[in-house]
Design a protein around this ligand. Structure first.
Ligand code: ZN
Length: 274
């Protein structure tokens, strides 16, 4: 049955949206929380692409085809979605994906139901982080197939529907690695440090802009080894794994954002599970 659904989804994809080259094939996971790669032809200059009124990453694949790499927010419903390419609508199909539930018990009930003062802090910190995700720099990402930021096994997957002390909260916006406190975190691609904070939920946090809205966030760190505005090479040291903020123990949490949509980081390291 699942195979049949997959086949039908493939058949209904418009030809222009079919992923072609190596990068396209690896990244094209058009589900909520995934990525759609759109083929845009071989015009002399880069097409301007927007999705949900936000600018989209456009690169040239194999020195020929322009491709748009569109982040699909978890909130998008399966069915037909639409990007704007030079002002013209280009439809693509968003498939469905079932995300599992995760139940977590926290001793600190403030981290489940914060009081008024903490809510104010959370709101301010959310706005600051959203502004970082919405930055769009002209730089080309050094690599779209990312290196793992730490050596270690994956633990909590992206998109898990989370219940803290039995109450549903936002789904898991990133990917966790089970590694010990103090493990070095390395930049999965070159980038610029655009935000550093010590946040209520995320703890010690660093945002790295890889270019054109492709942004990594690392949080719950024990130590930050970079400064605001610093340029990091691919593999450059960002900081150390910790358990600051809302964490039940040391682990590395990594968000990847495209056009202000948090997407599954596993896609970029070849570890995506449908
Ligand atoms: Zn996490």
């Amino acid at each position: 049955m699942r195979l049949l659904v997959t086949l039908l989804l493939c058949l209904t994809l418009p030809a222009s949206a079919l992923a072609d080259g190596f990068i396209s094939r690896l990244l094209h996971k058009p589900v909520p929380g995934g990525v759609a790669v759109l083929q845009l032809g071989d015009a002399a200059s880069a097409p301007q692409v927007r999705y949900q009124n936000k600018p989209v990453l456009v690169v040239r694949e194999d020195g020929k085809q322009w491709i748009a790499i569109v982040g699909i927010p978890l909130t998008v419903k399966p069915g037909t979605s639409e990007a704007q390419v030079d002002g013209r609508a280009v439809p693509f199909t968003v498939g469905s994906k079932q995300y599992r539930e995760q139940r977590i018990t926290l001793k600190n009930t403030q981290q489940v139901n914060p009081d008024a003062a903490n809510l104010k802090r959370i709101e301010r910190e959310l706005a600051e982080q959203t502004r970082a995700y919405q930055q769009f720099s002209a730089r080309q990402p050094s690599n779209l197939l990312f290196d793992k930021p730490v050596d270690g096994p994956l633990s909590s997957a992206f998109g898990l529907r989370r219940f803290f002390n039995g109450e549903e909260r936002n789904p898991h916006s990133g990917l966790d690695f089970a590694v010990g406190a103090g493990t070095p975190i390395k930049a999965p691609a070159a980038g610029k440090v655009i935000l550093i904070g010590d946040y209520f939920f995320n703890g010690k946090t660093v945002f790295v802009d890889h270019g054109q809205g492709l942004i990594s966030m690392f949080c719950h760190m024990s130590k930050i080894d970079v400064q605001l505005g610093q340029e990091l090479p691919r593999g450059g040291l960002v900081g150390r794994v910790g358990a600051t903020g809302r964490a039940t123990g040391p682990h590395m949490h990594w968000n990847v954002s495209l056009n202000d949509a948090r997407v599954d980081p596993a896609i970029f390291i070849g570890a995506f599970k449908p």
